[in-house]
Design a binder for this molecule. Structure first.
Ligand code: PHB
Length: 370
């Protein structure tokens, strides 16, 4: 396929900027931040530098505050050391010709007292335990069950929004090109959005309008820092990872898309199934169409896409862009490989989370003479 005709390799207007092509890198937890402090370190700089050929890199999920942390070894963006560490990453990506957004993350109930300041209980919209959900608290203890969280008091909500605002300011200082608010995969904002994890009776729960309120207020705060043209939101309307469920996902996520359209953000990244890309029953087409009908910004599809499916769905107008996860772990030069139709390296699942350079910096490039 000649590159002029390949739907994956046409530019895309994207908020304030234009992306050169449509092969984007998903946010991917790799659990390799320096300890103590959850600080991006040299191996992280090199990992992102290697992948700078992406149309856009979304950073791994990055905690906005100590309270927002849910796993050992994930990076933060709330301390001066973390900001300095991220600055090295964004400088390297920019020097290599790339663009990168920070993904802003508060895990809510998907945490553990051992990871929380002062050993506190994790916070959530409601004191509902995520059944079967686990988190990784330390190399020694490994994966552990998540306890029942504490419901946030109404008077604490402005403090949550302030955490996102501060992280958005820090992301600017760290040299990112924009930010993605993580409202997917059963973390804090998704817990508020979805009916079965939100049993609140105040203005942040109950009816649909109330369940959307926190996400819309957070996104408005972030847009106040960055401008809408540099902000996106990640959602997972039908995902049940971390034990979240919504009774009426089409209604909920159409209304959210409309609310986000009113704030005029640049893009929505939609996990079109579970975060691990399980879509035996097909993609949730009616929800995808409803979201697109209510949102005039750029639509990014995510979820176990092959290059050919990405091409088909871009050509059919079902998505504008695609984020690739596992293929980007194993192929630092993924866009170039897809452009040339070259074979792909296979990912090694055992080295996805934690560890060192192995399975992180050593996947071969097509042209090893780089
Ligand atoms: C994870 O660390 O397992 C993780 C983080 C963020 C996600 C999904 C999974 O959105």
């Amino acid at each position: 396929m000649s590159s002029e005709k390949d739907p994956l390799f046409t530019p895309q207007a994207f908020g304030d900027i234009t992306l050169p092509h449509r092969v984007l890198m998903s946010p991917l937890t790799r659990s390799r931040a320096a300890q103590p402090g959850d600080v991006p370190q040299d191996i992280n700089v090199e990992y992102y530098r290697q992948r700078a050929g992406a149309g856009l890199i979304l950073s791994e999920a990055t905690q906005i505050s100590p309270q927002g942390k849910g796993y050992a070894f994930t990076p933060g963006i709330h301390s001066a050391e973390q900001i300095a560490g991220w600055r090295k990453v964004t400088d390297a990506v920019h020097d290599a010709g790339g663009r990168m957004h920070a993904q802003l993350w508060h895990v809510g109930r998907i945490s553990h007292p051992e990871l929380q300041p002062g050993g506190a209980d994790p916070v959530a919209p409601s004191a509902i335990k995520p059944e079967g959900a686990k988190t990784f608290i330390s190399a020694e203890s490994g994966m552990v069950e998540i306890p029942t969280p504490r419901a946030l008091e109404t008077h604490e909500i402005p403090g949550i929004i302030a955490q996102y605002r501060a992280a958005a300011v820090n992301a600017r200082e760290a040299g990112f090109d924009g930010v993605e608010v993580h409202a997917a995969n059963g973390y804090l904002l998704d817990q508020f959005l979805k009916s079965d994890s939100n049993a609140r009776t105040d203005a942040y729960g109950g009816c649909l309008e109330n369940r959307l309120r926190l996400t819309l207020e957070v996104v408005q705060a972030v847009v106040d820092v960055w401008g809408g043209g540099r902000v996106g939101v990640r959602i997972s309307p039908t995902g049940s990872f971390n034990d979240v469920h919504d009774q009426h996902p089409e209604e909920t996520f159409s209304a959210l898309a409309k609310g986000l359209d009113d704030i005029a953000i640049a893009y929505l990244e939609v996990v079109e199934d579970s975060f691990q890309g399980n879509h035996e029953n097909g993609r949730p087409e009616s929800i995808i169409s409803a979201i697109r009908a209510n949102f005039s910004g750029v639509y990014i599809a995510n979820g176990a896409y092959s290059a050919d499916e990405a091409r088909e769905r871009i050509a059919a107008g079902k998505t504008d862009l695609v984020t690739f996860g596992r293929p980007f772990i194993a192929n630092p030069d993924l866009p170039e490989r897809l452009r040339r139709g070259a074979p792909l390296n296979e990912p090694d699942y055992d080295t996805f989370y934690g560890g060192d350079e192995a399975g992180y910096l050593d996947y071969p490039f097509l042209d090893e003479g780089r």
